[in-house]
Design a protein around this ligand. Structure first.
Ligand code: F3S
Length: 295
């Protein structure tokens, strides 16, 4: 049995940076550490940090002590920055620079009179954060059907993307927007780490019998990887840890592909690879695919 592990599996730059910031704070100071929402969509990491005394808050008003507060990679609205300042908390800003770039763009274009359109999930913290930089005034659309509900208008619009949506969705929504608006300025703000991860999953899922995608059940980028994989490989399984692994019929399954969402630590990925080889009592060839092959 051959196992193909996607080179892009696991932490992206932004998540890695945010998690390291919390670990560094734990190492270097004795003051209270808060994170605004879970720093990462991964229960194992979050539970470990909780045991070390890190407190998750979902509202700055919940904080009644002094200390450091970490803003995770998803970013937040200007209102949250103000509340942090007013409370006298020490800001540890781990907003991913790619997300920060969208905040700046949205703030700028909104001040120039553009209506902002965000292509993404209206309930996702990243999208909520972006919307805050245009006074919560954006239209948020997640499909061509959502665009259908908008009124035709000659207002100037500026379109940006949640960093983790698929290129397919971006194109579909932009095609639909052309029917509604004449004056469109668009910025494809999909993160290249996301695009690489998705294209690698697509390529691997075409050549394997079974695909394992690791990630937290709340992680939207993991779910997108599963959706892409299932188009080519119906035997696609989403697992959070090695305990969720399916039984594998080694007579039928000759090649297995593995990838993981941006919030999956390397040790979880390694554990799954090890368990799969044990489960099947087989010699496993770990075949690292080079991303450059797909570019
Ligand atoms: Fe940043 Fe891209 Fe990760 S936007 S948080 S590096 S998926």
């Amino acid at each position: 049995m051959e196992i193909i592990v996607a080179k892009s599996a696991g932490f992206c730059f932004g998540v890695d940076n945010a998690v390291k910031k919390v670990y560094q704070l734990l190492d270097t100071n004795n003051e209270r550490i808060f994170t605004f929402g879970p720093v990462i969509h991964n229960d194992q990491v979050v539970n470990y940090l909780k045991r070390k005394g890190v407190k998750i808050v979902n509202d700055i008003d919940e904080v009644n002590e002094k200390g450091h507060i970490v803003i995770r990679a998803h970013g937040v609205t200007p209102v949250i920055y103000k509340k942090i300042k007013d409370k006298g908390l020490i800001l540890e800003d781990a907003t991913c620079p790619y997300v920060k770039k969208i905040h700046n763009l949205v703030e700028q274009k909104s001040s120039e009179g553009y209506r902002i359109i965000i292509v993404g999930d209206k309930n996702h913290p990243e999208v909520i954060g972006i919307n805050g930089w245009c006074n919560d005034n954006a239209y948020i659309v997640n499909s061509a059907d959502d665009v259908e509900k908008l009124k035709k208008s000659d207002e100037k619009i500026c379109v940006v993307a949640q960093t983790t949506i698929t290129k397919e969705k971006w194109h579909e929504v932009n095609e639909a927007l052309k029917e509604k608006f004449e004056n469109i300025l668009k910025f494809d703000t999909i993160c290249s780490a996301t695009t690489k991860r998705q294209s690698e999953v697509e390529e691997i899922s075409k050549v394997v019998d079974l695909m394992i995608i690791m990630g937290d059940k709340k992680s939207s980028n993991t779910q997108k990887l599963c959706d892409i994989s299932r188009k080519h490989c119906p035997l696609t399984f989403k697992v959070e840890t090695s305990l969720d692994l399916p039984q594998i019929d080694v007579e039928k399954i000759k090649k297995i592909g593995i990838s993981a969402g941006a919030s999956t630590p390397d040790w979880v990925i390694e554990e799954v690879i090890r368990k799969m080889s044990e489960l099947n009592n087989q010699e496993v060839t770990k075949n690292e695919v080079n991303q450059e092959d797909f570019n």
